[in-house]
Design a protein around this ligand. Structure first.
Ligand SMILES: *[C@@H]1O[C@H](CO)[C@@H](O)[C@H](O)[C@H]1NC(C)=O
Ligand SMILES: *[C@@H]1O[C@H](CO)[C@@H](O)[C@H](O)[C@H]1NC(C)=O
Ligand SMILES: *[C@@H]1O[C@H](CO)[C@@H](O)[C@H](O)[C@H]1NC(C)=O
Ligand SMILES: *[C@@H]1O[C@H](CO)[C@@H](O)[C@H](O)[C@H]1NC(C)=O
Ligand SMILES: *[C@@H]1O[C@H](CO)[C@@H](O)[C@H](O)[C@H]1NC(C)=O
Ligand SMILES: *[C@@H]1O[C@H](CO)[C@@H](O)[C@H](O)[C@H]1NC(C)=O
Ligand SMILES: *[C@@H]1O[C@H](CO)[C@@H](O)[C@H](O)[C@H]1NC(C)=O
Ligand SMILES: [Fe+2]
Length: 518
C-alpha cells in the first residue's frame, strides 16, 4: 500500500468513526421501518434448549407519519406486529408486518393521518372541523399489546392486538394477517349519551378459568348524568359479560388493573376526562386533567357478587399493575407508579430523537409500590421496597413482567426496564430483576449503547423455582446499529444467547410468548 492510500483509508476510517459517534443510535428506535416479510431464518450464537417451542409475538409503533402529517408522540406510530418463531428443532425465524387497521389503510390512501383519536397531537394539527370526528371515532391503532383468548365454542385461540380501547383487532399470528376489527357488543347495554370507548390494553386472566377480565370507562356527555365504570369478563375475542358497573363523579383514565382469585382491583388516579377539552384538542393527553391535590380511588370489586368497595389513597399515576394476591383478609397489589401523568411527555418524538433533550427533560422514573388493602377495615397501606446500593435504579423500573405461573399468588420476582440507569439520561437502559420478597435476589443487566425493551419470561418446563426460566427481549445494538433478540437467564440476569435480526426493530411496547404456536 502506498503512503497516500494508507492516509486515505485512515481519513475515511476517522470520518466514519466521528460520524458514528455523532449519530444518536437511540433515535433509530423511533424511525420508520417499512420492512415486511415472513419467516426469515435467524441464527442464535449457541444451540437453543430443546423445550423452547412457540412464538414470541410483540407489537409497537413502526411508522411515525403519513404524507403531509406526522405524529408527535411515539405511542401514536402505526402499529406493527413481530413474530419470532422457535420451531423446537433448533431453528428460528423472524416475521413482521403492519397491522392493517382502518387508520393504517385510510391514512395510506389519503396520504395523510386519518381521523382517529391519538395520544398526543399531530403535526401540523388537524383542522378544527376534523377534531370532533377524531374523538368520536376513538382509538383505532391498537399498537400496545397482543393477547390470545380461548374460544370455548370453537375450541381454538383468537389472537388480538389492543390499545386502551374497547375495540380490538383480530389477527392471524403465523402469517401476520389482519383479520379485522372487533367492536364487541357492550354488555352493560346500549345507553345514549355515553362514549364507551376507553378500556385496558392489559386484560388479566381470571383465576382457574380460560377467561380474562377488563374494564370499560363510560364517559357521560349529558350534564347531571354520571359517568360509569364497569368490570367485564372477556369470554372470547367477541363475547363480553358484565361483572359489575357503578357510577363515578368523573371518568378516570387507567391503563391496567389487578386481579386476585376473588377480586378485581382498579386504581383510579385523580386523572379525569374533560370532554370539552377532548373534543377541542382531539388527543387523549390534552383531553385529560390531572388533579394533584385530590386523592386517588381504589375500587375493589367482588367477582362473585359484583359488590364494589371504595378506598381513598394518596394520588399518583399507576403505569402497570404487576401482580396481586390475597393474604388472609388482605390484598397485596404491586404497581409501577409515576408521580404524575406528565411522565409520558418523555415519549414525544422530538425528545426521544435528541440526546440533549433526553438529558434535559423533566423526567422522574416510575417506582414500584406495594398496596396492602385491608378488607376488614377497608383501608390501605402503601409501601416501597428497600434500595440496593449496587443497583441504585433497582426500584425505578416500568414494563414489568413475571413468571405467569405465579399470577394471582404470592410471588417474589419482577423483571422490568429501568430507563434512567445513570440518573442523568433517559435511554440509559438497564434490565432489572426485583426481589419483592427481600431475599437478596435483586439483579440487573446493562450494556452501554444497547437499548432493550420490555421482556417476557418463559418458564423452564417442570421447574419448581419461580425464577427458573429465560427472558426474551429485542435489543438495539447502538454500536452496530442493528437489532438482536436477547436471551437472559432469569435466575442471574446473565445474557446467554442472542440472534441478530435482518431488520432494525423500532421501539416495541408489549408482547407475549405463546407456547406451541409456530
Ligand atoms: C415528518 O417527519 C419526517 C421525519 O422526521 C420529516 O422529514 C418530514 O418533513 C415531516 N413532515 C411534516 C409534514 O412535518
Ligand atoms: C425445523 O423446522 C422448520 C419448520 O418445519 C424447518 O423449516 C427447519 O428446516 C427445521 N430445522 C431443522 C434444523 O431441522
Ligand atoms: C386494510 O386493507 C387490507 C388490504 O390491503 C385488508 O386486508 C384489510 O382487511 C383492511 N383493513 C380493514 C380494517 O378494513
Ligand atoms: C382452583 O383450582 C385448584 C386446582 O384445580 C383448586 O385446588 C382450587 O381450590 C381452585 N381455587 C378456586 C378459588 O376455585
Ligand atoms: C379479617 O376478618 C377475618 C374474620 O372476619 C379474620 O379471620 C382475619 O384475620 C381478619 N384479617 C385482618 C387482616 O384483620
Ligand atoms: C387499617 O385498619 C386496621 C384495623 O382497624 C388498623 O389496625 C390499621 O391501623 C389501619 N391502617 C391505616 C393505614 O389506617
Ligand atoms: C415435564 O413433565 C411431564 C409430565 O411429568 C413430562 O411428560 C415432560 O416430558 C416433562 N418435560 C420436560 C421438558 O422435562
Ligand atoms: Fe402497557
Amino acid at each position: 500500500m502506498t503512503y497516500d492510500l494508507v492516509l486515505a483509508v485512515l481519513v475515511i476510517l476517522s470520518i466514519h468513526f466521528v460520524y458514528s459517534v455523532q449519530q444518536d443510535a437511540y433515535s433509530l428506535l423511533f424511525t420508520d421501518n417499512k420492512d415486511v416479510f415472513l419467516n426469515k431464518p435467524i441464527h442464535f450464537q449457541y444451540p437453543l434448549p430443546k423445550w423452547l417451542r412457540g412464538s414470541l409475538v410483540r407489537t409497537g409503533p413502526a411508522m411515525f407519519g403519513m404524507g403531509k402529517r406526522n405524529f408527535t408522540h411515539a405511542f401514536d406510530g402505526f402499529g406493527k406486529i413481530y413474530n419470532w418463531k422457535f420451531y423446537g428443532n433448533g431453528s428460528t425465524s423472524f416475521s413482521q408486518d403492519f397491522l392493517r387497521s382502518e387508520t393504517y389503510n385510510v391514512s395510506g390512501e389519503i396520504k395523510d393521518i386519518a381521523n382517529f383519536l391519538t395520544f398526543e397531537s399531530v403535526s401540523p394539527p388537524f383542522p378544527l372541523d376534523r377534531r370532533e370526528i377524531s374523538v368520536l371515532n376513538g382509538f383505532d391503532n391498537t399498537n400496545v399489546n397482543v393477547y390470545r383468548l380461548f374460544n370455548q365454542e370453537k375450541e381454538s385461540y383468537e389472537y388480538i392486538t389492543l390499545t386502551d380501547a374497547w375495540k380490538v383487532y383480530q389477527f392471524e399470528p403465523t402469517s401476520i394477517n389482519t383479520i379485522g376489527e372487533i367492536d364487541p357488543p357492550n354488555p352493560r347495554g346500549t345507553y345514549i349519551g355515553f362514549i364507551d370507548t376507553m378500556s385496558s390494553a392489559h386484560p388479566v386472566p381470571e383465576h382457574n378459568s380460560s377467561y380474562h377480565f377488563t374494564f370499560l370507562t363510560s364517559v357521560s356527555l349529558i350534564p347531571k348524568v354520571k359517568s360509569r365504570l364497569s368490570v367485564i369478563r372477556m369470554k372470547s375475542a367477541f363475547d363480553r359479560e358484565l361483572v359489575a358497573q357503578w357510577e363515578v363523579d368523573k371518568a378516570p383514565y387507567m391503563h391496567s388493573f389487578s386481579v386476585t382469585p376473588r377480586y378485581v382491583i382498579l386504581f383510579a388516579a385523580a386523572y379525569y376526562t374533560n370532554i370539552g377539552k377532548m373534543l377541542k384538542y382531539a388527543n387523549a393527553y390534552e383531553g385529560l386533567e390531572w388533579f394533584p391535590s385530590e386523592k386517588a380511588t381504589i375500587y375493589v370489586v367482588e367477582i362473585k357478587t359484583g359488590n364494589v368497595h371504595t378506598i381513598q389513597t394518596e394520588n399518583g399515576f399507576p403505569s402497570h399493575h404487576v401482580n396481586a394476591y390475597e393474604d388472609n383478609n388482605k390484598i397485596i397489589m404491586d404497581v409501577t407508579m409515576f408521580q404524575d401523568p406528565a411522565y409520558s411527555k418523555i415519549y414525544e418524538l422530538e425528545t426521544l430523537r435528541s440526546p440533549t433533550k433526553r438529558q434535559n427533560a423533566q423526567y422522574t422514573p416510575s417506582e414500584i409500590k406495594r398496596y396492602s388493602i385491608n378488607l376488614n377495615a377497608t383501608n390501605v397501606t402503601v409501601s416501597t421496597f428497600s434500595p440496593n446500593s449496587i443497583f441504585p435504579f433497582i426500584n425505578n423500573f416500568d414494563f414489568p413482567c413475571i413468571n405467569e405461573m405465579y399470577r394471582h399468588r404470592k410471588y417474589c420476582y419482577i423483571y422490568g426496564v429501568a430507563t434512567k440507569r445513570n440518573n442523568k439520561l433517559f435511554s440509559s437502559t438497564a434490565l432489572v430483576k426485583k426481589d419483592v420478597c427481600g431475599t437478596n435476589q435483586d439483579s440487573a443487566f446493562a450494556l452501554d449503547n444497547h437499548y432493550p425493551v420490555d421482556m417476557w419470561f418463559i418458564p423452564i418446563p417442570n421447574s419448581t423455582r419461580e425464577d427458573d426460566g429465560i427472558l426474551l427481549t429485542p435489543v438495539l445494538d447502538g454500536d452496530k446499529r442493528q437489532s438482536y433478540l436477547l436471551m437472559l437467564d432469569a435466575n442471574t440476569m446473565a445474557p446467554i444467547n442472542r440472534a441478530y435480526l435482518p431488520s432494525l426493530v423500532p421501539f416495541t411496547m408489549h408482547g407475549r410468548f405463546f407456547s406451541d404456536l409456530i
